[in-house]
Structure formats: structure tokens, C-alpha cells
Design a protein around this ligand. Structure first.
Ligand SMILES: N[C@@H](CCC(=O)N[C@@H](CS)C(=O)NCC(=O)O)C(=O)O
Length: 211
């Protein structure tokens, strides 16, 4: 498999963790999201993913999958071991809800394109953009902190999609200097996950395109 990725992309980070947890070997194809206005906007990459975002996963068959939640579900469906969701339907819905807080309610507001739009089209100062970023991460993390069950992982003793989505979002929050002292459960889960080789190998600084 080939993963179009950018070391700092949290959506690509999710898929790197998922591939590592499943023990699937893949080749990284770096797509720089900042240089020259973003290499993701070049026609070569647009031909891979018309949405011009990373990640995109190219399967052995040549089929291209986009959108990290869809890719992660595909991996879990085609290679069920280890499972990314608990067996019990209520527990599954809860794990999905934690992942959705990040994927649907935090990440889209703080992604490269919306932040760039705030700056260039809406003429916002960097301080206002930083405040926007901090606000949505803090609000989302407050909800997560209240919902998290006793660890070591988001949903108890096994890693689930909630951890796969949470760890990259914490990395982003740290990079953008969001204070995390109000979130001891989130920080403890991050430490537990990063102690696992699948998470460690997926870290931005361990990628071939890391700067
Ligand atoms: N919902 C998508 C989000 C993908 C996404 O927005 N990726 C960002 C990096 S984290 C990106 O490629 N941004 C480039 C841009 O917006 O120009 C997913 O989960 O795959």
C-alpha cells in the first residue's frame, strides 16, 4: 500500500497509527501541504485525490481511498485483528462518539484550509486565528475529558478508534500551545498510547518527511 501523507497532518497520522496497529506495511509518499502554496494543489495530486487533502491510501489493486475515517473503517473491516471497536453495540457507539468529537467537531474548524481562509479571505490577525484554534480544541477536549472512562486508553483496556483519533489531535494542540493542564485523563491516555510501538512509529517526527 502507498500512503500519501504529510508528517504534520493529523488526519494522515490517524491512518499511520491504524496501519501500524494492523501490522500493514506501507510506503509513504510525502505531500508537502505548505511549500509553494501546497503540493497537494498540484495537478498530479489532484488526480489522486480531487479533494486535494491528505491522507489518500492506494491499495495493492490501485484503488484509492480518501478520508481517514473511511480508510480506518476499511482497514478494520478487511483486517479485523486487532479490532478498532469494542464488541458491544453501546460501547461501539461510545467509541465512535469520542472519535467523532475530534473528526467532526474539532478538526474541521482547525484544519489548514479554514485557518488559511480566516487569514487570507477574512483578513484575521494571527492572534485571532490562534484564539479560534484554542477555543475549539479546548471546548472539544472539555467534553472528551468528561466522557473518558478509566484508562489506560479512551474506552478502557483496549485501544479503539477513539485513541487513534485523539493522539494526533493532542499533538496538534501541543504544537499550537493549547494548555493541557485541565485535561489529566487526555494527557495520561496520550502517554499510554505513545508507549505502544504502533503509535510511536506514526509520530510526525518519525516520518521520512519530518522537518
Ligand atoms: N476529513 C478529512 C480531513 C483531511 C484533511 O483536511 N487533511 C488536511 C491535513 S490534516 C489537509 O490535507 N489539508 C490541506 C488543505 O486543506 O489544503 C480526513 O479525515 O481525511
Amino acid at each position: 500500500m502507498k500512503l500519501y501523507s504529510y508528517f504534520r497532518s493529523s488526519a494522515a497520522y490517524r491512518v499511520r497509527i491504524a496501519l501500524n496497529l494492523k501490522g500493514i506495511a506501507y510506503e509513504t509518499v510525502p505531500v508537502h501541504l505548505v511549500k509553494d502554496g501546497g503540493h497537494n494543489r498540484r495537478p498530479e495530486y489532484r488526480a489522486v485525490n480531487p479533494q486535494m487533502r491528505v491522507p489518500a491510501l492506494v491499495l495493492g489493486s490501485g484503488e484509492v481511498l480518501i478520508q481517514s475515517p473511511a480508510i480506518i473503517e476499511y482497514l478494520d473491516e478487511t483486517q479485523p485483528d486487532p479490532p478498532f471497536l469494542p464488541k458491544d453495540p453501546i460501547a461501539r457507539a461510545k467509541a465512535r462518539a469520542l472519535a467523532d468529537i475530534i473528526a467532526c467537531d474539532i478538526h474541521p474548524l482547525n484544519n489548514t484550509s479554514p485557518l488559511r481562509y480566516l487569514k487570507r479571505a477574512m483578513h484575521q490577525e494571527q492572534s485571532a486565528i490562534d484564539a479560534w484554534y484554542h477555543h475549539w480544541v479546548t471546548e472539544g477536549f472539555e467534553a472528551l475529558e468528561a466522557l473518558l472512562e478509566p484508562g489506560p486508553y479512551c474506552c478502557g483496556s483496549a485501544v479503539t478508534i477513539a485513541d487513534i483519533f485523539l493522539v494526533p489531535q493532542i499533538n496538534n494542540a501541543r504544537r499550537l500551545k493549547v494548555p493541557l493542564d485541565k485535561f489529566p485523563k487526555i494527557v495520561a491516555i496520550e502517554a499510554a498510547c505513545l508507549a505502544l510501538p504502533a503509535f510511536e512509529r506514526a509520530r510526525p517526527e518519525n516520518q521520512p518527511d519530518a522537518e
